[in-house]
Design a protein around this ligand. Structure first.
Ligand code: FES
Length: 151
């Protein structure tokens, strides 16, 4: 879906900005909002570029850097840290063959640490796209990643 179609779908009010950014990012193969995108959005929505960047840099689902098709975000806030988020990250690094902050060579996965995902009762947790996964262990992580590799 093109940017103009997405804007028409959501509207041109300032409160529509997050939905527009999320939808537009999701339809891009490199999964991020570029500098050129920000300029275009500012023109189309009659907003300042700094207003758009303030939203882009606040929401962890949005990015200003190219990322893989699937962004694997491991929660590293206290409840998840206590329940082993560092170990979850190590398992993911081994499974995907990349370090935190990197993207796989095939452009499929990006691995990131993030703040609380809102499911602390299921710590340790991670999010891939908009999907949350909790109570993670090595077996469960392997199954989840295999499912995404198969898509
Ligand atoms: S601390 Fe990890 S989900 Fe809340």
């Amino acid at each position: 879906m093109q940017l103009l179609q997405i804007i028409e779908k959501h509207g041109r009010q300032p409160e529509d900005l997050i939905s527009i950014l999320l939808d537009y990012q999701a339809c891009k193969t490199d999964n991020y909002i570029s500098e050129d995108d920000v300029k275009m959005l500012a023109r189309q929505l009659n907003l300042t570029e700094s207003r758009i960047y303030s939203v882009l840099t606040f929401y962890t689902l949005l990015s200003t850097k190219p990322r893989g098709k699937y962004v694997v975000q491991v929660c590293n806030d206290v409840p998840c840290y206590v329940k082993g988020s560092v170990n979850v990250l190590k398992i993911l690094e081994k499974t995907l063959g990349i370090q935190e902050g990197e993207t796989t060579a095939d452009g499929v996965f990006t691995l990131e640490f993030t703040s609380c995902l809102g499911c602390c009762d299921k710590a340790p947790a991670m999010r891939i796209g908009g999907q949350l996964y909790g109570n993670l262990d090595e077996g469960k992580i392997g199954e989840i990643i295999a499912k995404y590799r198969g898509q």
